[in-house]
Write a protein that binds this ligand. Structure first.
Ligand code: PEP
Length: 253
């Protein structure tokens, strides 16, 4: 039985004062939810704050990206070991905003994915198609290519230590979430594709959906057999919304 996982992606939002209110609200809101795991992926400067506030809570924390090198003359980069130093358990890899705004490719995302695993972090590996690609019936091709960029390089067993996230680009930040059935169809495709290499990995790996998830649509998404959780952007910045989504996940298990 796969546990439900709700991951907040704060993106480039927050301040020390606002984070304190948000994190304290989340801690209080999820403390008695035992059937769901909650993670917040915060901007690098707030990892220390997240660590000190969340240490004794049932909320884990992580980062939104990282370098694939562990150290070196790479100005502005943050290494996997640094994330581990701050108690991170998870790191988002290959988010569409990193792919589009920072020219992340399948190759660089795969290198980061591998470096995260080597550091003992759980990579949350993002995949998804653009609207144009969906309308051209290329969804399976694009998501399959992104998934294969990991499986071909490292084999299916690495997925035992990773989380996958299907995030259609047209749904991220758009107020147009995929319907539960649209998301389920792609999650099913992902699981079937992994299953060609390893059936037990395919049935165990957590596959999250991301894109305009709110407390209003969360329960219907969680009701789908292959949706094991969600990656949440905007709604992770509001206590009631994030906690509401965690509660919806908690009752579905
Ligand atoms: C995201 O950034 O991964 C995301 C899903 O954003 P939003 O929930 O705001 O669509």
């Amino acid at each position: 039985m796969r546990r439900k996982l709700v991951v907040g992606n704060w993106k480039m939002h927050g301040s020390i004062a606002a984070n304190k209110v948000l994190l304290e609200g989340i801690i209080k809101g999820v403390h008695d939810l035992h059937e769901v795991d909650a993670v917040v992926c915060v901007p690098y400067p707030y990892l220390c704050q997240a660590q000190s506030l969340l240490l004794d809570s049932n909320v884990a924390w992580g980062a939104q990206n990282m370098c694939s090198n562990n150290d070196g003359a790479i100005t502005g980069a943050v290494s996997p070991a640094m994330l581990v130093d701050y108690g991170c358990t998870h790191v988002i890899i290959g988010h569409s905003e990193r792919r589009n705004l920072f020219h992340e490719t399948d190759d660089t995302a795969a290198a980061r994915f591998n470096a995260a695993l080597a550091a003992g972090l759980t990579p949350i590996f993002c995949m998804g198609e653009s609207l144009e690609e969906r309308e051209s019936d290329w969804t399976d091709y694009i998501v399959g290519r992104q998934l294969d960029s990991i499986i071909r390089r490292f084999g299916p067993l690495v997925l035992e230590h990773a989380v996958l996230a299907y995030e259609p680009l047209w749904a991220v930040g758009s107020d147009q979430a995929a319907t539960p059935q649209q998301a389920q169809d792609v999650h099913d495709f992902i699981r079937r594709r992994i299953s060609r290499c390893n059936a037990s990995v395919a049935s165990a790996v957590q596959v999250l959906y991301g894109g305009s998830v709110t407390p209003a649509n969360a329960a219907q998404l969680f009701a789908m057999p292959d949706i094991d959780g969600v990656l949440v952007g905007r709604a992770s910045l509001k206590v009631d919304d994030f906690v509401g989504i965690c509660k919806a996940a908690n009752v579905q298990t």
